[in-house]
Design a protein around this ligand. Structure first.
Ligand code: DC
Length: 225
């Protein structure tokens, strides 16, 4: 039997990539982090722009036009290359997080990313996480999960992750960034973050990584039988 297509959507900091990675590993599936693709475009835009006011829609669309994004899962992490340059760490900086919503709202950028994502999903046996996977990228996914958590918990998790990486960030600053991204992601015109009616809602507030993983594996198992 062909492997399942598992779509995991949800807001920033809900734990999607942590969970999706473990679920994919347990099932022997491919894991695709679509947020990393939008981050890769944002990184390229920031690297190419010389002036602050240069970041217009036209500039972003042009940077996205000739981008080659390569995602490879190596040693438990997604290695991201943009036109051959390894940008795995660079796409997680606060600067990229601050710029990515402006990039992800543009239909021309999304169209290009969605085409690549659908290609990656066509053979099944995949776990893909993002904002519009069940609603737009892979609407026929076998398993649809909407993963969320309270904003305070999401901010705490992100803050811990960034502090461990050596960034000097405050909880308030992270909470403001997450709230701004929630607003941008849910209110944008093209493919906003939504929970489709047939997606299973999983609120991870107060749940351990193991509990969330087990819950999703049991939902997937039920689909398989
Ligand atoms: O999941 P993340 O924080 O790495 O995502 C980065 C940004 O990319 C996020 O602000 C929303 C956007 N995104 C999107 O619009 N559609 C997706 N499928 C994945 C991410």
């Amino acid at each position: 039997m062909q492997g399942l297509v598992i779509a995991i959507d949800g807001p920033a900091g809900a734990g999607k990539s942590t969970i999706a990675k473990i679920v994919a590993k347990k099932l022997g599936y491919v894991y695709i982090d679509t947020g990393a693709m939008y981050r890769a475009v944002a990184w390229k835009v920031l690297a190419e722009k010389k002036l602050d006011d240069e970041m217009t829609d036209a500039f972003i669309i042009n940077a996205a036009k000739n981008i080659d994004i390569d995602l490879k899962y190596e040693n438990d992490k997604t290695v991201v290359r943009v036109n051959g340059t390894d940008v795995t760490n660079e796409i997680r900086t606060p600067e990229v997080s601050g710029a990515v919503s402006q990039v992800a709202k543009l239909p021309e950028v999304r169209e290009k990313m969605v085409t690549l994502q659908r290609k990656m999903g066509e053979n099944g046996a995949i776990v893909m996480d993002g904002r519009d996977i069940a609603s737009h990228v892979l609407p026929n996914a076998d398993v649809k999960i909407f993963l969320t958590a309270s904003i305070d918990e999401r901010a705490r998790r992100r803050c811990k992750e960034m502090t461990e990486k050596g960034y000097d960030v405050s909880l308030d600053e992270i909470k403001r960034d997450i709230a701004a991204r929630d607003k941008a992601d849910t209110e944008r015109k093209v493919s906003p973050l939504v929970r489709v009616p047939d997606a299973e809602l999983v609120d991870t507030t107060g749940m351990s990584i193991d509990e969330v993983t087990q819950k999703i594996l049991s939902i997937a198992e039920a689909k398989r039988s």
